[in-house]
Design a protein around this ligand. Structure first.
Ligand code: A3P
Length: 279
């Protein structure tokens, strides 16, 4: 099997994130108006990126992820003259120091972990940049142990939860976007201080619907440098089902019990966990 992942500080990363780059994250120069789009993989990153990229007159560019590439990354990011929206799947502790010091705006996207696990399972199967996985049962064990790209979902969410009340951080969930996309878009534009009319919000909601995005992805030629996720630049791998609750089709009742036990144990002090109770 090809070695497509490597460990850095105990966490698995794609080899498309070079060790040199990961080692030099703290030398990144954040600008005060930078916006970071942060998530654990498969939480709805492309969706939020599309929303932000569709805001009219926002004068922003969505760049490739901060951890994607090699040591020349920061030079490449310097070339952008517009306000940068920089995606990343890094946990809070690995996020470059400068971003925290400058109190840059950060949107953290969360999704219920069972659907996230199922989505990541499919990503492992379909994405040639990830290791081969035999079965769902095998994958679920890796997921629960945190032996997957970007590490444990629990560690990731808990690292961000500590900072959830910072005024420069907006937490948005996949499930609330599914429930009322226009309302979620309004939340984001208000957070970013961008004036947008209701009819423009509705237009963005239409443009960023699952079917619209999926159909557009199928029509585009993909460009290897234009990527939202450090794990692929092929957008056709991203739009799978786009639903809430698909986990029910994968988890056996025993798997659900094991999952819920770990969830209760790891998330017992988490307020964000309340959000997931219904899913
Ligand atoms: P599924 O695999 O469950 O379908 P990310 O962008 O973080 O990689 O997350 C990908 C997940 O978000 C996939 O979930 C994908 O289908 C879903 N997704 C992407 N765009 C979406 C949209 N416009 N509406 C709903 N779900 C979307």
């Amino acid at each position: 099997q090809l070695n497509v992942l490597h460990k850095f500080k105990g966490i698995l990363f794609s080899t498309m994130s070079s060790e040199e780059l990961l080692n030099s994250l703290d030398s990144f120069d954040a600008r005060e108006d930078d916006v970071f789009l942060v998530s654990y993989p498969k939480s709805g990153t492309h969706w939020v990126a599309e929303v932000i990229g569709s805001i009219p007159n926002a004068k922003m560019t969505v760049t490739s992820p901060i951890e994607f590439g090699d040591i020349s990354k920061f030079e490449e990011l310097k070339m952008h003259s517009k306000r940068r929206v920089i995606p990343t799947h890094l946990n809070y502790d690995m996020l470059p120091r400068n971003i925290k010091q400058n109190q840059c705006k950060i949107i953290y996207v969360i999704r219920n972990p069972k659907d996230t696990a199922v989505s990541l399972f499919h990503y492992y199967r379909d994405n040639p940049n990830l290791p081969c996985i035999e079965t769902w049962a095998v994958f679920l064990e890796l997921f629960l142990r945190g032996d997957v790209v970007y590490g444990s979902w629990f560690d990731h969410v808990l690292s961000w939860e500590k900072h959830k009340d910072n005024k420069n951080i907006l937490i948005i969930s996949y499930e609330e976007m599914k429930k009322d996309l226009s309302k979620s878009i309004r939340k984001m534009t208000t957070f970013l201080d961008i004036n947008v009319s209701d009819s423009e919000i509705n237009k963005i909601a239409w443009k960023t619907s699952f079917n619209e995005m999926k159909n557009n992805a199928a029509k585009e030629n993909h460009d290897a440098n234009h990527t939202i996720c450090a794990l692929t630049s092929n957008r056709n791998l991203v739009f799978r089902k786009g639903a809430v609750g698909d986990w029910i089709n994968y988890f056996t009742s025993k798997q659900k019990r094991v999952f819920d036990e770990l969830f209760t144990q790891r998330m017992k002090h988490s307020e964000l966990a309340n959000h997931f109770e219904d899913y």
